[in-house]
Design a protein around this ligand. Sequence first.
Ligand SMILES: *Cc1c(COP(=O)(O)O)cnc(C)c1O
Length: 381
Amino acid sequence: MIPFNKPYYSGNEKRYIVKAMETKILTGDMSMIRDCESFLEKKYRFPKVFLTNSCTMALEMSALIADIQPGDEVIMPSYTYVSTANAFALRGAKIVFVDSKNDHPNMDEGQIEKLITPNTKAIVAVHYAGVSCDFSILRSLAKKYNLLIIEDAAQGINSFYNELSIGTIGDIACFSFHETKNIHCGEGGFIVLNNPRLITKAETVRNKGTNRSAFVRGEVAKYEWVGLGFSSMPSAIAAAFLYAQLEQIEKVQKRRLNLWNTYYKKLKVLQEKGQIRLPSIPEYASNNAHIFYFVCNSANERNDLIRFLKTNAIQAVFHYQSLHASPFYKLKHDGRSLDNADRYSACLVRLPLFFELTKTEQDYICEKVIEFYSNLPILVD
Ligand SMILES: *Cc1c(COP(=O)(O)O)cnc(C)c1O
């Protein structure tokens, strides 16, 4: 079976873990945790990075740092991972879902303004497949209505909006190092603070609601409970593993992009026949090759394709089920139909994409996808 994903290993993880163990500093700002944070700050020009034990945690922290209160409204796409919405629902926010674009699973920025009310506090921008949202629209809305922008950049490592790294434009951004992401440490992530006003608060939130960071810096005589917070930090063991991956990010990205471009080239023939729709990347966005997906013409076709590939020992998978139609939220949703999000839920399929995928395996996958479509009618507009 060719799996959908295999976690990447650089080969240096064990060595760095042993090194971390030998320092006997397994937590906190003096350890490998700080080394990873500095690496990210330098490479991507993030003003302030705190490593977290997941992107989900980073999102939950961001809702607390943004001071989201019960009844506040937060606008975000419906076509996203549960954690994006759950983080804000935990604080009592009303989630206002936006439809995806017709030609991309990212939220349709043009639909946002009419959803803004006096209760709206924040917009959460999810960069699906690591492809940036259109910040020119988001920034002007944030300015006009005094809203925070929080980026769910879980999939966005090493991806850019024009020349700026994803994660440097919103007030807060959240990234994931889950093993399904381009680089990882099993479970992990980080939060970026771009708004200097929020850094001190974030320090408290990451430290169980205490001013321990100020104490460690010698700024206060003892540390105390000063607000609400989380236990958000990974151990230095996870950070050591992560450092071994960060060092190899360019190599990982080169390989993934190569695989992504090969899929695109080989499957283009199916798009030309109107049988599938390949991903589109807007001019302002780069491609970090996090996901190779395409959109089928119907749910049945998509499900048949996944089944056909499975019988040929290939694991292809669908993706999100729209959150506005979820068991938890459908009765809370205001009833607007979000057709594009529903279409991506029903018709989007993702193909295996991981560092170790070989040329032979990829050729075989493309061959099988094309074989499936050769038995289906050709649709041309
Ligand atoms: C992976 C992912 C998350 C969750 O990340 P974890 O690190 O597993 O908590 C959140 N949002 C999006 C869009 C994701 O892809």
